[in-house]
Design a protein around this ligand. Structure first.
Ligand SMILES: NC(=O)C1=CN([C@@H]2O[C@H](COP(=O)(O)OP(=O)(O)OC[C@H]3O[C@@H](n4cnc5c(N)ncnc54)[C@H](OP(=O)(O)O)[C@@H]3O)[C@@H](O)[C@H]2O)C=CC1
Ligand SMILES: O=C([O-])CC(=O)C(=O)O
Length: 247
């Protein structure tokens, strides 16, 4: 999420500096060292014992699944590839490690909103249904040439992230905030006529009903990702050091 390093190291938005970046291909990212003065690491232990206080993950579901247990033993993490936590045994293990090592896992809202309301409604009362309808530009979901919208997935969040690990992390954030990966339903629509990532969340509970629609502009520096996902990652970092907690 290219916006983050510029915002943090040059615009000082999160009152933090990116010091170290863990990469798998050093040559490809050498420009980060020259442009931002960060140090690159290809070895995880060296990265984790470098001059850092928190890890921000913005890689892939698979990388997050592999790296998370080691990282959480060393320090706190902000995880944006939240789909990694669809693996229930990994989730359990990581919670136990976090507890044992007294570290925290921060899950930003990403490209959706309303997770605070859903958590309150679910943990303190009863929620009956949580449904996510995601509509994305057709080319980002399928190679098929479509001339009208097509529902390309309908099922549980658990199945959705397995089939679309790069596209529907928001469904797992929603699941963890509410009814879980088997009860949270997902409909994914490929639409050839839009250029936004549109997420609609519908919740029904004892509190009443809530619907949130987020029509995400693409992130200019990385158009396949929603702008608000990068903002939510930055906001999560910024709020770590704020004295007033909202929501
Ligand atoms: N929760 C949410 O709402 C959202 C979540 N996401 C998720 O956030 C993540 C980042 O998205 P985005 O920035 O668009 O992804 P990109 O594909 O643009 O960037 C991913 C980066 O991660 C690096 N990477 C991948 N695997 C590894 C690894 N094993 N070790 C080290 N580096 C690795 C890649 O490096 P390389 O060049 O070597 O491949 C690349 O630099 C994705 O998992 C995406 O699905 C995105 C949007 C919203
Ligand atoms: O960027 C988005 O709109 C959401 C996304 O890709 C994801 O949840 O993985």
């Amino acid at each position: 999420m290219g916006v983050s390093i510029t915002e943090i190291n040059q615009n000082n938005h999160a009152q933090m500096q990116i010091m170290s970046v863990y990469v798998r291909n050093k040559e490809k990212y050498e420009w980060l060292e020259t442009e931002f003065g960060v140090k690159l690491y290809t070895e995880l232990e060296s990265f984790l014992t470098s001059n850092i206080d928190i890890v921000v993950e913005a890689a892939t579901v698979e990388a997050a699944q592999n790296l998370l247990p080691t990282i959480i033993k060393h320090m706190d993490i902000v995880l944006i590839s939240i789909g990694a936590l669809v693996d229930e045994s990994l989730l359990q293990r990581v919670i136990e490690l976090a507890e044992a090592h007294q570290h925290n896992i921060h899950l930003p809202s990403g490209a959706i909103g309303g997770l605070d309301l859903l958590q309150n409604a679910h943990s303190l009362a009863t929620v009956q249904t949580v449904a996510l309808t995601t509509r994305k530009p057709a080319h980002s979901l399928t190679n098929e040439k479509l001339n009208k919208e097509k529902v390309i997935f309908k099922g549980t969040a658990q199945e959705a992230i397995k089939q679309f690990p790069k596209n529907i992390n928001v469904s797992i954030a929603l699941s963890l905030a509410g009814l879980g990966i088997k009860q949270t339903t997902v409909r994914l629509i490929a639409d050839p006529d839009i250029d936004k990532n549109i997420h609609q969340v519908d919740v029904v509970g004892d509190f009443g009903e809530a619907s949130f629609v987020v029509k995400n502009n693409p992130l200019p520096s990385n158009p396949k990702t929603s702008y608000s996902a990068a903002l939510s990652l930055l906001g999560t970092l910024e709020r770590l050091v704020q004295r007033i907690k909202i929501g």
